[in-house]
Design a protein around this ligand. Structure first.
Ligand code: G6P
Length: 471
């Protein structure tokens, strides 16, 4: 038992979550006041499942100038501690390492003839990644009560479990990867010492979580190859599902109904809709999706003027040039298709770049075909959300490289994301699927998609972490 002195030196939080992006972010208004914006997502609803009295604390990083200003002014939300990581350290850790190296490694994104290049600049950024991870480890060590459970999230914070374990051996620590994990040969691109630091950092946890068995096995294989195995750390699989209850309610509010009417008018009477909704990440494969759609119009001219591709490509990580270039390429190919095939009253591709959740839900409801074709994806929640929300059933064209494939493959039309001809055939198959079959498949997809809602996903991990360790 801890003495009074010891527990006073420690924190009081019983359950701690650590992630780069927190549940709230601040904006400085013109009059100098701070405006708080609350975010959604699986973690937010998962954490709410343990209730307000559970002694939970969310430790996250200040990301914007508004966030840093909030920390400086002592403005904050109950249950959230935002770390005032200096902007340059954060940029090197987040843009430089997390998004330009770790994200690339796990999603197999390098064009290897020229990249990656691990040079002095990389080492400088790596030092920032260590500093940033250490800031989290120290804050968590300070806030956690004796024996508390700490749930660390994602590739931004791979070093935290090991660092925290050294500071506080009494804690129960887990780490969850929301991304895929790289195959051994690809992970092997990283310098030897960095590889080892990442793996031993994560193996500082009692328990590691992944979205599918495939990613968990890839991690274990990397440990066998580069770290002499996973040691005492347990590895588990928790496939985050869609929040059915929330989605059904949210998608029938008046703002969604309004957007449905507008979207129907834009698509045009009697036309079918192929819908995709993504943050414009390099792994989402939006350009090949457009090429497949163009192929469909070539292979099946009967679809011209009778179908519209509604593509939502929301901006993401625009600080990085390669993301901006990718977004520009999506726009360029869209324009190319629209000018080559469009007619005075038919625009083949409707591209939406402005983030509008209600409009995405409207598109989910009316889609005839949903296109989810990432080259690699930890899970992909769009594939799970569409069947839940769809009004009359929607055919799902799904990449075999998405984590969701393992749960949805029986009722999806499965494609190799690199094969544009196959994807075009899958779109045609989706468009011509009989209404009854479409509705039946959608019902089964929806059941599979909601099997592990965020609240249970989170509680399962917490309970597993608290189970006594086999000695
Ligand atoms: C994707 C990934 C998550 C990751 C998130 C970060 O959604 O699936 O694993 O945490 O991106 O996004 P951000 O906008 O914070 O870079």
């Amino acid at each position: 038992m801890a003495t009074t002195h010891e527990s006073a030196a420690r924190g009081t939080a019983q359950v701690l979550v650590a992630s780069n992006r927190g549940p709230v972010s601040y904006e400085v208004r013109e009059d100098g006041s701070l405006h708080a914006k609350r975010g959604g997502g699986g973690l937010v609803s998962g954490l709410s499942a343990i209730g307000p009295d559970a002694g939970a604390l969310w430790v996250c990083s200040a990301l914007t100038d508004g966030d840093r200003e909030a920390v400086a002014r002592g403005v904050g939300e109950e249950g959230v501690r935002m770390l005032p990581v200096p902007a340059d350290v954060h940029a090197d850790a987040y843009n430089g390492i997390a998004n330009s190296v770790l994200w690339f490694v796990h999603h197999l994104l390098y064009q290897t003839p020229l990249e990656p290049v691990f040079d002095a600049e990389f080492r400088r950024q790596w030092a920032a990644y260590e500093t940033y991870n250490r800031a989290f480890a120290q804050a968590l060590a300070q806030e956690a009560a004796q024996g508390a459970a700490v749930l660390v999230q994602d590739y931004h914070l791979c070093l935290v479990p090991g660092m925290l374990r050294e500071l506080r051996p009494d804690l129960r620590i887990s780490h969850f990867s929301h991304t895929p994990w790289a195959p051994v040969d690809y992970f092997g691109l990283l310098p030897d010492d960095i590889r080892e630091q990442l793996l031993t950092g994560m193996l500082g946890a009692d328990r590691l979580g992944f979205l599918t068995r495939r990613w968990a096995d890839a991690f274990s294989a990397c440990c066998t190859e580069f770290a002499g195995g996973t040691g005492k750390t347990r590895v588990g699989v928790h496939g985050l599902g869609a929040d059915g209850e929330f989605l059904r309610e949210r998608s029938h509010r008046p703002d969604v109904e309004e957007r449905m009417a507008a979207l129907r008018a834009e698509i045009g009477e009697g036309r079918k809709a192929i819908v995709r909704v993504d943050r414009t990440e390099l792994s989402k494969n939006i350009v090949r999706g457009l090429l497949a759609y163009r192929q469909l119009l070539d292979d099946h001219p009967e679809w011209r003027e009778r179908v519209v591709h509604v593509a939502f490509a929301y901006p993401s990580r625009q600080d990085l040039a390669v993301y901006r270039d990718y977004m520009a390429e999506v726009q360029r190919v869209t324009q190319e298709i629209n000018s080559a095939y469009g007619t005075p009253d038919w625009t083949p591709v409707l591209l939406n770049l402005k983030d509008d959740f209600a409009r995405s839900l409207a598109a989910y409801r009316l889609a005839d075909v949903a296109l989810v074709n990432p080259i690699r994806d930890g899970m992909n929640l769009v594939a799970k959300e569409v069947p839940v929300v769809s009004d009359e059933g929607c055919a799902l064209v799904l990449s075999r490289e998405a984590g969701a494939y393992w749960e949805l493959r029986d009722d999806a039309i499965v494609v190799n994301p690199y094969d544009v001809l196959e994807t075009a055939r899958a779109l045609h198959e989706g468009l011509t699927m009989k209404p009854q079959e479409r509705a039946e498949r959608t019902g089964r997809l929806s059941a599979a998609a909601t099997a592990l809602p965020p609240a249970r996903w989170f509680l399962d991990q917490l309970n597993a972490l608290r189970e006594p360790q086999p000695s």
